[in-house]
Write a new protein. Structure first.
Length: 325
């Protein structure tokens, strides 16, 4: 008879701590030591664990090491779950953290069914995520670069007297400034402006790359359909498809909204029911894109030319759903 052994892996860039938990509530929890984080070492580990009717099932925390280990173990024919770190139960009084304790904790909780596996993307989807997240990082860098330029001007008593920033008129005002006493201050000012332009060019390049990559992507039809919604351009639609993945894994809209963290938080006790702001759990980037798109719905319902142009070729059923929204 086949016997399941639950394997907890504490994964780092160079090493993996390994612990196992036998079936049953009182099954033995055993630490197997630390191995190198290489394909050969993982292969030797699986050969050591298999035998005598034992079937190991693996789990490890999602983190900076990505999904390479998951794909390797899956390719070798083993069950492997990547679990959400935010959903791992932790004892409030536990103040000792080591690789061994983490691996043993994962094995024990995996056996008890208290870990929440996440959906793992394939390589093509991860590549799209990398592209989209790189653009997001560039947007954050642009925000910082603009703030640095404004702070530089404020230190020198230069204030823009209109409420809107980074318009053509604002840029004209910036480009006409020649009020710095020392040449190296003018050089610093020009470098700050140059940094903004370079980041804007990078964002434009990444945006075009996303448009091009979507064409041959397996979620291309989904992206095309999402663009029928007001406020949803190609970048937002591609971000939602890349971050959410296979939307059919959610049995109803409430599950999807809970995964996105767009449901109200609740703190109820007895007859008292208290609901607060949204939970903000789950995928922050997808949630941000949905909130950004929703700003378009502040305005009266109308289909403007850009919206009509990108949804002209879509089936009437999709356009009707978009209009209903």
């Amino acid at each position: 008879m086949e016997r399941i052994v639950y394997v907890g892996l504490d994964v780092h860039a160079d090493t993996i701590a390994v612990a196992t938990a036998e079936e049953g509530r009182d099954g033995e929890i055993r630490f197997h030591g630390v191995i190198e984080n290489t394909g050969d070492s993982v292969l030797r580990l699986t050969k050591r664990l298999v035998g005598g009717g034992i079937r190991p099932v693996f789990c490890y925390e999602a983190g900076p090491c990505g999904y390479g280990l998951h794909r390797l173990l899956t390719k070798l024919g083993f069950d492997c779950a990547v679990v959400s770190p935010a959903m791992i139960p932790r004892r409030s009084g536990d103040r000792i953290k080591t690789d061994r304790r983490d691996a043993e904790m994962l094995a024990r909780l995996w056996r008890a069914g208290e870990l929440t596996p996440i959906w793992t993307p394939d390589e093509a989807q991860e590549a799209m995520r990398d592209l989209i997240r790189t653009r997001k990082q560039a947007l954050e860098a642009l925000k910082i670069a603009k703030q640095q330029l404004l702070s530089f001007l404020l230190r020198h008593g230069l204030r823009y007297d209109r409420p809107t920033y980074w318009t053509k008129i604002h840029w004209r005002w910036i480009n006409e400034l020649r009020k710095f006493r020392y040449p190296h201050q003018q050089l610093a000012f020009e470098e700050l402006k140059r940094a903004i332009r370079q980041i804007e060019e990078r964002i434009s390049t990444l945006g075009l790359a996303i448009e091009d990559a979507v064409k041959d992507w397996r979620f291309a039809r989904l992206v095309d359909a999402l663009r029928a919604l007001r406020g949803v351009n190609t970048t937002i639609a591609a971000t939602l498809a890349a971050e959410i993945g296979d939307i059919s894994r959610f049995s109803n809209p409430r599950q999807l909204m809970a995964w996105l963290g767009l449901v109200p938080s609740e703190h109820s006790s007895g007859s008292t029911i208290r609901r607060g702001r949204i939970t903000r759990t789950g995928n922050a980037l997808a949630r941000t894109m949905m909130v950004e798109a929703s700003w378009s719905y502040r305005h009266p319902a109308r289909e403007q030319h850009p919206h009509l142009k990108r949804s002209l070729h879509l089936p009437q059923e999709i356009k009707d759903i978009a209009w209903k929204a």
